[in-house]
Design a protein around this ligand. Structure first.
Ligand SMILES: [Zn+2]
Length: 192
């Protein structure tokens, strides 16, 4: 599936989100160009693997078309896949704090900015045992988007994990701040 190196439309999309060539390698992003039988619904989608020390445990597939997805989901999960925390490799980083973001691209944006981060697609994807993965950190920051669902996400995490909700400007998310202000914009949100 990893035809991304020669795929200029997907590269253009990723560059527009601040994900350059090194991010493609780090996160092993791909595009599904020749889906296996039964996987046709993933064709043309960005493949975001869930990397762990034991290998890839899940993959989510994001629509790359420049439309408001109507009639199909923006994200698809692999058939039969469970719910996993995204970017657990960051749990091994030497840091007193960990960030939790809403969505994979926001998680990558934080991590690329030098803020160790894990992510879930939304509150509904949260599993009780995820809290244990965060226990050893002195501080947990919850980065919901700057909208109603985002503040629900942050206050949910505050209850589940003692996370500190980060105030996000209205209409922004980690990726939009990373694009507009670079790493500094995200560091400023947690007062680092
Ligand atoms: Zn779509």
């Amino acid at each position: 599936m990893n035809d991304l190196v020669g795929d200029t439309s997907a590269q253009g999309y990723l560059a527009s989100r601040g994900l350059g060539p090194s991010a493609l390698v780090t996160y092993r992003l791909g595009v599904v160009r020749r889906p296996l039988a039964g996987h046709e619904q993933y064709a043309g989608r960005l493949a975001i693997p869930y990397l762990t020390p034991a290998g890839v445990v899940n993959i989510r597939f994001r629509c790359l078309q420049p439309h408001e997805c109507d009639g199909h989901p923006k994200y698809l999960s692999a058939d039969g896949a469970g719910t996993n925390l995204f970017n657990v490799l960051d749990l091994k980083k030497d840091s007193p704090f960990i960030c939790v973001a809403e969505g994979e691209i926001d998680t990558m944006s934080l991590s690329l900015a030098g803020l160790p981060a894990v992510g879930v697609p939304g509150v509904d994807a949260w599993q009780k045992h995820f809290s244990r993965c965060l226990e050893d950190f002195e501080v947990i920051y919850a980065f919901g988007d700057g909208d109603k669902a985002g503040s629900k996400f942050s206050s949910f995490l505050a209850r589940e994990t003692r996370a500190r909700p980060i105030r996000m400007p209205p209409g922004d998310d980690c990726n939009s701040i990373y694009m507009k202000e670079g790493a500094n914009g995200l560091h400023r949100l947690i007062g680092e």
